[in-house]
Every structure is written in structure tokens, then in C-alpha cells.
Design a protein around this ligand. Structure first.
Ligand SMILES: *Cc1c(COP(=O)(O)O)cnc(C)c1O
Length: 482
């Protein structure tokens, strides 16, 4: 085949023209790759590349230009770069959901990242008491600040809030009864359903009331010598509205106290501060829940709190002590990475004046619509150029949501870019395919851009595109291949 020339096809190479592995390894261009990736990886990549080229040659499709020195070294470089890219990657979250569970929920403030670097690259007093020189307790690193922020007597930390609820039930209610309103038997996405967790923890669920209304007498009638706790669960991802009633924590506390039964509340998001001061919807804080008489409160570290994934249990010291003594605590405990990130985030709440600026989650949640609009309008011409002739781009008002089951029904006025395929004669189907293609191309950018498809359009909500990332967003649009 060598030298076969026609007007339309390129010059082809034969398998015998393909250089040996050693020759490619000795090319001057390969030397930088060797120092960067090491001989093992580079040799393996060269072998794979040459094997593929050989198959192409045998099929009669290998262009001679593909085996010149510069082509070989550039395909090698590209392969090595792609193969060594980390699987967990930074993305642009333009879905409009600020606390997106699939995209990693809360973004950590810089203070937390710094603390993680220091704690992970140096020995740290994870379980070492610097006062006595003896063994310490890892929970004590954040216990004081948690008590100060919530008014609780004690605190303990586990892997996530599902673990917190599970551990609390197992430690305090194994082989006993837990009374829950039928209106609060929630499923929080994934496999977290209150009745299932209860069963696995070895507690017996006693359902009281109805889906829409539960009264104090429903709980009172269910309390017996077998009761371990009255539990309330935050309706994180739905709302019961209309003819409804539920029982306040304070009332439950009054009912439970004479019987020595604990009142526990799974708050889910665990807000530490009144969010209405920034115009966000009202959400009961952990402190209010404790003040109303809850004996224990559980919540997540990476929802509205804005920290790392963690489950936090605060409340009565004697109950926290029992939880800590449970063998499952050891199985569910957090590592130093989590504690290093959690402490500085909690400390930000001690200076609430700066919170809106320093706590990333809050900063994103309270970005004003005019500010987001100005940003969307700056990005509009860039997208119009990148998608010219293929898609229509407009800047439009839209709604973001908080996400992660926090304040499920409230929506935040936002702004963003709406991408629509130019309408075609056969309408719907091709339109949909064109949108899918665009969605995929954005998802395959070096820093993937994730929006949401609805009403025959791809919506890119700009709320979570912080201004310091705007340039990167614009620059990589030039790489968009459609
Ligand atoms: C989110 C949530 C959970 C689960 O919390 P994770 O930290 O995701 O494990 C449990 N209960 C409620 C009410 C929630 O909202």
C-alpha cells in the first residue's frame, strides 16, 4: 500500500513503517514525558499507541503523517495527559440547585481548605490532649464551639446525618419503641427511609397520627414503659400543606418528661443562624430546637451549615455519653480531614457579621438577582458566538433552589442563559437530539458545565458561577466541539 496516491486519500503507511518502541522512547520530545510520567507509564502508553497504529495499518487506514515524530509525540502526550487526569474533578454547577447532593453539596470556604492542608501534611492533635499530654477525644476538637453555637451541653460527630440518626437510635432505643408522627416518616433520597433505618438500628417504630394531622394526644396515648423516645423528623424534601397540624417540640418535651422518655429531632439541614436576616426563608435553628426542649438534635455538616460531609449530634451530656460509648460510634467516626474542615467553618459562625461574605454556601444563596443578571448578560455574547448558527441563546430570569432537602418549597429569584436549538422542520425529535448533543458537549469540557434540560431548552443558572471563575468558563467555551 505504501505510496498509493489518489486525489482524495492521504498517503498511507504500512505496518513495517511503524517505528519500534525504543525509537519512540528515545525521541527528544519523549524526554519531558519521561520526567513527568515516569518510564513505566510512558512505555506502556507507547506500546498501546503503536499497537493501535499497527491495526490501522493492517486495515489500510493509517495515514503516513500519523507516524512522523511530531504526530507520535503529540498523540503520546495527549494520551498520557488524559489517562492521568483525576476521576474526581471540579465542575461548573449551573443546575440552579446550590446544595446539589450529586455535585458534592456545600463548597468549603478557603479557611477550611487551609486547615485541611495543615492537618493532613503534619502530625496533629487528633486524639492527643495538649493540656495533659495524655490521650484525647477527637470530638472535643469541635465540641465547645458546637455547644456555644447551639446552646447544647455536649456534641459528637459521625460520618453523615444518616449515620447520626442510626447511631442515636441504636444507642438509645435498641429493643425499645420510638414514636413518630405519620406525617414525618420521610425518605431522603438514596436509601435513607426512617422506617428502614429504625429497623436496622433495632428500634421499634410506633407510628402515630395521620399524614396531615398529628395531635399531642396521639403521642400521649402511645407512650408506655417500652418507649425510648419521641422523635421528630424534618420534612426536608416535601411540604404538608392545607388542613394540617403537627406537635411542637416544646409540647413533646412536656409530654415526655414525666415518663423519662427522650425527645429527639432530626433537623436534616441544621441551620445554625436565623437566615431571614439575609432574606432567605425561615428555618428553625438548632439552638431554637434545643431551647424548646429537644434532648438531642441531629443534622448534616454539608447542607445549609456549609461545611464538610458529617453528621452532628448535639444535646444532653448524659445521652451524648451513651452514644459515644456505643461500639458503632467507632465504626461511624470521622477522620481528621473532616474535623480539620469542620472546625473553621463552625468558627465562621462566631463572627456572623462576616458570614455572608466568608461562608461560600451562604454567599451563593444570597447573591442578588440583579448581580446574577449582570453576569448572565456579560456571558451572553460569548455563548452566542460559541453556538452561532446552531443554538439560540438568551439571558432570562429563572429560579434557583437551595437543594439537599433544605427549605424544599422556596425558590430563589435568579438569572441565567437559556439555550434552544433552532427550530427545524420536523420539530420536536431533532430539537431534543440537538439539545442532548449540546448538553453532552458541555459535560465533556475540561471543566464540565452542568445545566438542566426543561421545556425544550438547556438552562444554565448563573447563581453558582462565582465571578472569579467567570474567565475560565468563557475561555473553555472556545473548546466546545459540536
Ligand atoms: C439530609 C437528611 C438526612 C441525611 O443526611 P446525610 O448527611 O445526607 O446523611 C437525614 N434526615 C433528614 C431530615 C435530612 O434532611
Amino acid at each position: 500500500m505504501k505510496g498509493a496516491i489518489s486525489l482524495v486519500s492521504p498517503i498511507l503507511a504500512a505496518a513495517s513503517d511503524i517505528p519500534a518502541v525504543d525509537r519512540v522512547l528515545n525521541l527528544p520530545q519523549t524526554q519531558t514525558l519521561l520526567t513527568q510520567y515516569g518510564r513505566t507509564q510512558v512505555t506502556a502508553a507507547v506500546r498501546r499507541l503503536l499497537d493501535e497504529l499497527r491495526s490501522q495499518a493492517l486495515a489500510g487506514t493509517l495515514a503516513a503523517s500519523a507516524i512522523d515524530d511530531s504526530s507520535l509525540s503529540s498523540s503520546l502526550e495527549q494520551r498520557l495527559a488524559t489517562a492521568s487526569r483525576l476521576q474526581l474533578r471540579a465542575m461548573f454547577n449551573l443546575t440552579g440547585t446550590v446544595l446539589h447532593t450529586n455535585l458534592g453539596r456545600a463548597l468549603l470556604p478557603y479557611e477550611a481548605v487551609q486547615a485541611v492542608i495543615s492537618a493532613l501534611t503534619n502530625p496533629a492533635n487528633l486524639e492527643f490532649d495538649l493540656e495533659t499530654g495524655g490521650r484525647g477525644d477527637r470530638d472535643s476538637l469541635v465540641e465547645d464551639v458546637l455547644c456555644e453555637l447551639t446552646g447544647a451541653e455536649a456534641a459528637t460527630i459521625v460520618n453523615n446525618n444518616a449515620a447520626a440518626v442510626f447511631l442515636m437510635l441504636n444507642a438509645l432505643a435498641q429493643r425499645k419503641e420510638v414514636i413518630v408522627s405519620r406525617g414525618e416518616l420521610v425518605e431522603i433520597g438514596g436509601a435513607f427511609r426512617i422506617p428502614d433505618i429504625m429497623q436496622r438500628a433495632g428500634a421499634k417504630l410506633i407510628e402515630v397520627g395521620t399524614t396531615n394531622r398529628t395531635h399531642p394526644a396521639d403521642y400521649a396515648n402511645a407512650i408506655s414503659a417500652r418507649s425510648a423516645m419521641l422523635m421528630k423528623v424534618h420534612c426536608s424534601n416535601y411540604a404538608v400543606s392545607g388542613f394540617t397540624s403537627s406537635v411542637e417540640v416544646a409540647t413533646l418535651a412536656e409530654l415526655a418528661r414525666p415518663h423519662g422518655v427522650a425527645v429527639t429531632v432530626d433537623l436534616g439541614s441544621g441551620t445554625l443562624i436565623d437566615l431571614t436576616q439575609w432574606g432567605l426563608p425561615a428555618e428553625t435553628t438548632v439552638r431554637e430546637t434545643i431551647r424548646q426542649g429537644a434532648d438531642l438534635v441531629t443534622f448534616s455538616g454539608d447542607k445549609l451549615l456549609g461545611g464538610p460531609q458529617a453528621g452532628i449530634i448535639v444535646g444532653r451530656a448524659d445521652l451524648i455519653q451513651r452514644i459515644k460509648k456505643n461500639p458503632l460510634k467507632r465504626a461511624l467516626r470521622v477522620g481528621k480531614l473532616t474535623l480539620a474542615a469542620l472546625e473553621p467553618v463552625l468558627r465562621l459562625y462566631l463572627a456572623p457579621e462576616f458570614l455572608a461574605e466568608r461562608l461560600t454556601t451562604l454567599r451563593l444563596l444570597i447573591r442578588s438577582q440583579p448581580q446574577i443578571q449582570a453576569q448572565a448578560e456579560r456571558l451572553l455574547p460569548v455563548l452566542q458566538v460559541a453556538l452561532t448558527g446552531k443554538y439560540a441563546v438568551t439571558a432570562e430570569a429563572m429560579f434557583s433552589q437551595i437543594g439537599s432537602g433544605a427549605l424544599p418549597v422556596d425558590q430563589l429569584p435568579s438569572y441565567g442563559l437559556v439555550l434552544r436549538a433552532w427550530s427545524t422542520a420536523d420539530g420536536g425529535k431533532r430539537h431534543g437530539r440537538a439539545l442532548d448533543k449540546l448538553e453532552k458537549a458541555l459535560r465533556h469540557l475540561p471543566r464540565p458545565v452542568i445545566g438542566r434540560i426543561a421545556s425544550d431548552a438547556l438552562w444554565l443558572d448563573c447563581r453558582c458561577l462565582e465571578e472569579h471563575d467567570e474567565n475560565l468558563f468563557k475561555v473553555q467555551l472556545q473548546d466546545l466541539s459540536l
